[in-house]
Design a protein around this ligand. Structure first.
Ligand code: AMP
Ligand code: GLY
Length: 429
């Protein structure tokens, strides 16, 4: 089978790595890929959101199956265009991807199908939004409706912060059109958890639990990022909670989306708040989490190509997803300055030595090969990922490996997995 993976991050490196192991995979391409993917697949210089060029390439190379990593091309309709061209695609249609592309759409689905989430209201009018803040008070959460690169959510502790937030979004247009409409919602208290399920339009299979660290610095401090590290399993998502999330959140979503004429195929990623009153949905994403995908792929025992294909072909009832018992943990190495301004073009060495440690794989994100040098060209650059018999051992192995990598312009958090390690120790006491 001829396979094309779309994207250029650590998530796509992990997906390509897992698919490459499948005996069914005969040729493997990635568009555009990165400095690590180039070792396991043929990278083609087409941007992930150049929909027409990707479809043309897939036709020309007689690709059988396209796995789409990021949300951008999904929201732009890449899966629809491939399907129209007779090519099987992993990832939701543009209509179904709106579950991530529009927060208002997601909230309306929750209201209609009784899916637990924060109370909310949507506004296009500044004065109506302000009146809502006045009557509800703080703390309160203001969100730009559309995709804003993960930055369109403002947690407001006072009313004046909330006024400033709607002003930035609706008047100053800080997030361009994404903020033309805003969602204002109740501030939920609790511990956050990420939940991933594979959907084929009709049924859902939960994936192993995973959790990321969004804050840039140790102690979960500093600005929010796309994720500075992740691990699986996540102790907070025990069997009972997983069942509750499936029954109260994921299953009503599949049913609701099919009824609305936008059945969801692909990975549904639910951001949850585990509140005193049970799990509630914060947001949906229509794709794998990055970096959560990296440790998940390392723990996956089943053939990745088989299960992604089963989801795309609507036959998840015929597969079982198996996981290794081991834990896995991934640390992101990012360019100094990320998530703000950062430099590009510095050299990285030591990856081969790091990968000699048993159970360690370094997934690349913002890297490029330049002759025989590996160059950093992005914000998040490497994902040093390790397995271990538990999170503490995976953590130890990953940190041992990351210390072997020489990249002066890079930084990483030194406490990835801390909450899980603490919970595991508490549980064994
Ligand atoms: P989102 O992009 O919607 O996932 O929001 C980003 C982050 O903001 C989440 O990971 C939460 O930490 C926080 N957040 C979003 N909505 C709420 C809410 N209603 N209550 C409390 N925290 C929230
Ligand atoms: N790790 C967070 C995300 O992929 O959105």
């Amino acid at each position: 089978m001829r396979v094309l993976v779309v994207g250029s991050g650590g998530r796509e490196h992990a997906l390509t790595w897992a698919i490459a192991k499948s005996p069914r995979c005969s040729s493997l391409y990635c568009a555009p890929g990165n400095g690590g993917i180039t070792n396991i697949a043929e990278c083609v210089d087409i941007k992930a959101d150049d929909i027409d060029a990707i479809v043309a390439f897939a036709k020309e190379k007689k690709i059988d199956f396209v796995v789409i990593g990021p949300e951008g091309p999904l929201v732009m309709g890449l899966a629809d265009q491939l399907t129209a061209a007779g090519i099987t695609a992993f990832g939701p249609s543009a209509g179904a991807a709106m579950i991530e592309g529009s927060k208002a759409r997601m909230k309306d689905l929750c209201a209609k199908y009784d899916i637990p989430t924060a109370q909310y209201a949507c506004f296009k009018d500044f004065h109506a939004a302000k009146a809502y803040i006045d009557s509800h008070g703080a703390p309160i959460v203001v969100k730009a409706d559309g995709l804003a690169g993960g930055k369109g959510v403002i947690l407001c502790h006072t009313k004046s912060e909330a006024y400033a937030a709607i002003n930035q979004m609706m008047i100053e247009k800080k997030f361009k059109n994404a903020g033309g409409k805003v969602v204002i919602e109740e501030f939920m208290e609790g511990e956050e958890a990420s939940f991933f399920a594979l959907l084929d339009g009709k049924i859902a299979l939960p994936l192993a639990s995973a959790q990321d660290h969004k804050a840039a610095f140790d102690g979960d401090k500093g600005p929010n990022t796309g994720g500075m590290g992740a691990y699986t399993p996540a102790p907070i998502l025990n069997k009972k909670l997983t069942k509750e999330v499936m029954e109260t959140i994921i299953e009503p979503t599949i049913i609701g989306m099919a009824k609305e004429g936008t059945p969801f195929k692909g990975v549904l990623y639910a951001g949850l708040m585990i509140t005193e009153n049970g799990p509630k949905l914060i947001e949906y994403n229509c794709r794998f989490g990055d970096p959560e995908c990296q440790p998940l792929m390392m723990r996956l025992k089943s053939d990745a190509l088989e299960i992604l294909l089963a989801a795309a072909e609507g036959r998840l009832d015929s597969v079982e997803i198996e996981w290794h018992k081991d834990a896995a943990l991934s640390i992101v190495m990012a360019a100094r300055g990320y998530p703000g301004m950062f430099g590009k073009g510095s050299e990285i060495t030591g990856i081969k030595a790091a990968e000699k440690i048993r159970g360690v794989t370094v997934f690349h994100a913002g890297t490029r090969v330049d002759g025989d040098r590996l160059i950093a060209i992005g914000g998040r650059v490497l994902n040093v990922t390790a397995i271990g018999c538990d999170i503490a051992e995976a953590q130890k192995n990953a940190y041992k490996a990351i210390r072997m990598i020489n990249w002066k312009e890079g930084f990483y958090r030194t406490d990835i997995g801390w909450r899980a390690v603490k919970k595991t120790i508490q549980n064994t006491k």
